[in-house]
Design a protein around this ligand. Structure first.
Ligand code: HEC
Length: 104
């Protein structure tokens, strides 16, 4: 019996933890960025583990489809976000990158 209770307890904790780390469906681009991207690309997009993403960066000159593809499916050490974010959320965080870059 004790083991069953332990397993149920662990499952409940996992579900609760899952709920708190899930982003709101309507989270804005900056919210998504700071929750999921800033630890590798820095809060100001200046880069860290991953490359700089802001104005004047190499990424700023790359095509839209390529960036969206990278965020969706990952690349090298860049994790894929297709299971974490909806297509719309990916679009929002992408729009945020472009707005900071000041490019089209
Ligand atoms: C675990 C660290 C990590 C996290 C978290 C992360 N990235 Fe990255 N990202 C990387 C690395 C490393 C690269 C470089 C990949 C390569 O060129 O091999 C990268 C590359 C990129 C690129 C450039 C793609 C290219 O090919 O030039 C974009 C755009 C990007 N990340 C956006 C994001 C966004 C948006 C998020 C949050 C949703 C995010 N990253 C989260 C590590 C991360």
């Amino acid at each position: 019996m004790r083991i069953v209770k332990t397993i149920i307890f662990v499952l409940v904790v996992m579900v609760l933890a899952g709920c708190t780390t899930n982003l709101e469906v309507d989270a804005s681009g900056p919210e998504i960025y700071s929750a999921l991207c800033s630890r590798c690309h820095a809060g100001d997009l200046s880069g860290g583990v991953g490359p700089a993403l802001g104005a004047g960066s190499e990424v700023a000159g790359q095509p839209d489809a390529y960036l969206i593809q990278t965020i969706t499916s990952g690349l090298g050490r860049m994790p894929a976000f297709r299971n974490t974010l909806t297509e719309e959320q990916i679009r929002r965080v992408f729009d945020y990158l472009r707005s900071v870059q000041g490019s089209t």
